[in-house]
Design a protein around this ligand. Structure first.
Ligand code: KDO
Length: 333
């Protein structure tokens, strides 16, 4: 399933739905003068973003808010969380640029392979002035405030086959699982593979049954979700220094006192920083873990992948929606 949402239809549909779904919109609740912040994400509870939100974010806001996370996509299906927040049915999610790009095509700039250099670069880009109009549009039109940027890690190929992959041509015909949006599917093609849309929670079974030949995610995710049990190799392409944004309901935000908003913002930034540090450490340490599990772990011709992927993006329809001069501004940071 490839999600492609037209912004006007989405926003128009929301206005209708807002009237049509009064019961589902009854939350957020402010029981005991505390607001309940439900977060839905496909992430596992052991994921460092989940750990940081539970251990750093939740205690920091506990005087006026109760953090209620739902991991493993138990509350909302992957990719439907933004709409749920916009409709008033959810307060928080860990969203991606790929999901934002289904509504606001300019966000696809952050889905391009080999764009962000590392975790620090992501932070600088998120804080840059040129991001303000993009964030403001999401806030004003969608009712979603992007509080902070969370580091997910460098995405690496993880395949069931043991055949070496050196250059993009070696991926010809490989059925590579990518999440189900156009931007993700394009990245799979840009790498040289045959992208197949599969939800995150279904990857393990798809690998086990051979419905797909491989998937790509950062090393800590591969460990956390036990993908090493059903694959034979990790090819270190580092094709996307991946990020997620901590998304927060603007309606709930507006209902908080200014001093509470400050606490929420700081808690979000602190949680992101804590998760980032732990994720970076895990990435540095995990290569040996996978080798010990019997997987082949090696570096392909990364320059060949970089050239292939960057060319695919610059020649693509996506690039037409990117704000003028923004790639240069990002590179200059
Ligand atoms: C995935 O589906 O592969 C992905 O890594 C995409 C990310 O944007 C993010 O949604 C992530 O899944 C989930 O948070 C689960 O880790």
């Amino acid at each position: 399933m490839t999600i492609r949402i037209d912004r006007r239809r989405f926003l128009g549909g929301m206005a209708v739905a807002a009237g049509a779904l009064p019961v589902l919109s009854a939350r957020p609740s402010f029981a005991d003068d505390k607001v309940t912040l439900r977060l839905s994400s496909p992430a596992t509870p052991g994921d460092q973003r989940a750990v940081a939100l539970t251990e750093v974010f939740a205690p920091a806001i506990k005087d006026f808010a109760t953090f209620e996370p739902h991991w493993n996509a138990e509350l909302f299906k992957q990719g439907t969380e933004l709409e749920a927040i916009a409709r008033g049915n959810l307060e928080m999610s860990i969203t991606s640029a790929q999901e934002l790009a289904t509504i606001y095509p300019e966000w696809s700039i952050f889905t391009a392979g080999y764009l962000h250099r590392d975790a620090e670069h992501q932070k600088k880009v998120f804080a840059a002035d040129f991001m303000e109009p993009m964030k403001k549009k999401v806030e004003d039109e969608l009712g979603v405030k992007l509080l902070t940027v969370m580091y997910l890690g460098r995405r690496q190929l993880n395949l069931r086959t043991d055949k070496d992959v050196k250059v993009p041509a070696d991926l010809a015909g490989v059925r590579l699982r990518m999440p189900g949006t156009d931007a993700w599917q394009f990245l799979g093609k840009a790498l040289g593979a045959n992208p197949v849309p599969v939800a995150f929670t279904e990857i393990y079974t798809a690998l086990q049954t051979g419905a797909i030949d491989g998937q790509e995610n950062p090393l800590p995710t591969d460990k956390d979700s036990k993908f090493y049990e059903v694959t034979k190799q990790i090819c270190l392409t580092s094709h996307l220094v991946d990020l997620n944004y901590l998304a927060f309901s603007k309606k709930v935000w507006d209902g908080l006192k200014p001093e509470q908003q400050q606490v929420v913002q700081k808690a979000a930034d602190d949680a992101a920083e804590s998760g980032r540090k732990k994720q970076l450490k895990l990435e540095a340490d995990l290569e040996q873990f996978f080798k010990d599990k019997g997987l082949k772990v090696y570096t392909p011709d990364v320059d060949a992948f970089r050239k292939h992927v960057q060319k695919a993006y610059l020649d693509s329809e996506f690039a037409k929606d990117w704000p003028q001069g923004m790639v240069d501004k990002i590179n200059a940071l």
